[in-house]
Design a protein around this ligand. Structure first.
Ligand code: SF4
Length: 95
């Protein structure tokens, strides 16, 4: 009985952790490229957007743009002040 409870509990905790973290973290260039030399800024973005649940990632411009068109520019920051529409328009002009 105790083992079953622990198994269900650990599955639920893992699901909660997965829900808190953006599914794009592993491939997001914010972590692998342009901000690699700035760990403080990376941690700030993680706290505000990437590891802050659904409401956090839905505020991220990278996430918003990627959700609309399938990808986002590699140099786009999560807190960009440019609107999603303008970012997408600019991407389309570059094609
Ligand atoms: S920066 Fe945005 S898209 Fe990239 S992992 Fe964080 S929340 Fe997801």
């Amino acid at each position: 009985m105790r083992i079953v409870f622990l198994k269900i509990y650990s599955q639920n905790v893992r699901k909660m952790d997965d829900d808190r973290i953006c599914e794009k973290v592993a491939k997001c260039p914010i972590y692998t490229g342009i901000l690699e030399a700035n760990p403080v800024l990376i941690q700030t973005y993680k706290n505000l957007y990437c590891e802050n649940g659904k409401s956090g990632r839905e505020k991220c411009k990278r996430y918003q743009v990627s959700s609309r068109v399938g990808y986002s520019p590699p140099d786009l920051l999560p807190n960009s002040q440019v609107s999603v529409e303008d970012i997408i328009r600019k991407m389309e002009q570059k094609q």
